[in-house]
Design a protein around this ligand. Structure first.
Ligand SMILES: Nc1ncnc2c1ncn2[C@@H]1O[C@H](COP(=O)(O)OP(=O)(O)O)[C@@H](O)[C@H]1O
Ligand SMILES: [Mg+2]
Length: 254
């Protein structure tokens, strides 16, 4: 399974991506979590705590034209093996780093390296046995600019708010222009019975699953902990288990 999680800012992408990665790893998958959001999120949801590190700085160099490229001998598998960090349940995290006040110039090397790694990942077979879960920044930008060539499924996280639904509609439209990618919409922070209908009607498509609003999610966040560590039996974790079932079933039936 190769998933990327998309949606509006604050929709719950990082919580969904991080918890999915942990659950899939517990189920026996080798899981690579990919974070291409310059804003913190996935490392915390995975249980690694806040982590700014631009992981691919040592993987890149500048060519004669001043463009960043991966150093000789660094393909997708080696980049993952050498530069990713192993977290709880054995999930490996590769991130391009977080924007901080200092060092944007160097940080760009890691960003460029990351873009090249995900493209190699999509092309070569060396990680074919791995499950990939990508966490993307808010909005349709990265989907439009081909940051997720590895994904065969886009999980579109949608809250029952107009802004979230309008963003989701744009992302769904842009993503479907890429052939071969299946877009599955998940409702999040649902509070009322009518919320599923409301999202489906305004989004113009059926939801592949949904998560309730769950105060334990915000509580985990406030403690800087992974949801699955803070509240393993919470309604949200159980809902994410169902989401994994739902999308793996879709894979079989596809
Ligand atoms: N199902 C939920 N119930 C309650 N709060 C949620 C839920 N999902 C996410 N949140 C909260 O919403 C905020 C945004 O979640 P996050 O995963 O960081 O979103 P994104 O990565 O899309 O920006 C966080 O404070 C998180 O705790
Ligand atoms: Mg996030």
């Amino acid at each position: 399974m190769r998933i990327a999680v998309v949606g509006k800012g604050g929709a719950g992408k990082s919580v969904v991506a991080g918890t999915m990665a942990r659950l899939l790893a517990r189920g026996g998958d080798k899981v690579l979590a990919l974070d291409s959001d310059p804003i913190p999120g996935l490392a915390i949801s995975l249980g690694l705590g806040p982590l700014d590190t631009p992981m691919l700085l040592d993987a890149v160099e500048k060519d004669d034209n001043g463009r960043w490229r991966l150093k000789k001998g660094i393909g997708a598998a080696r980049a993952v093996q050498r530069y990713s960090l192993v977290g709880p349940d054995g999930v490996r995290l590769l991130q391009f780093g977080k924007t901080t006040a200092s060092g944007l110039k160097d940080f760009m090397g890691s960003v460029n390296g990351f873009y090249q790694v995900v493209h190699r990942l999509a092309r070569d077979d060396s990680l074919s046995g791995w499950t990939i879960v990508g966490d993307l920044p808010a909005g349709p930008r990265q989907t439009a600019f081909d940051w997720v060539p590895y994904a065969d499924k886009l999980v579109l996280v949608v809250e029952p708010t107009w802004q979230s639904i309008l963003t989701a509609r744009r992302i769904a439209r842009i993503s479907r222009q890429r052939s071969g990618v299946e877009v599955v919409a998940f409702g999040n922070k649902l509070r009322e019975d009518g919320d599923t209908d409301l999202i489906e009607e305004r989004l113009g498509e059926r939801l592949g699953g949904s998560l309730p609003f769950d105060p334990l999610v915000a509580e985990a966040d406030a403690h800087g902990k992974a949801l699955i560590d803070h509240a393993p039996d919470s309604p949200a974790v159980h809902a994410i288990e169902h989401l994994i079932d739902a999308i793996s079933r879709r894979k079989v039936s596809a």
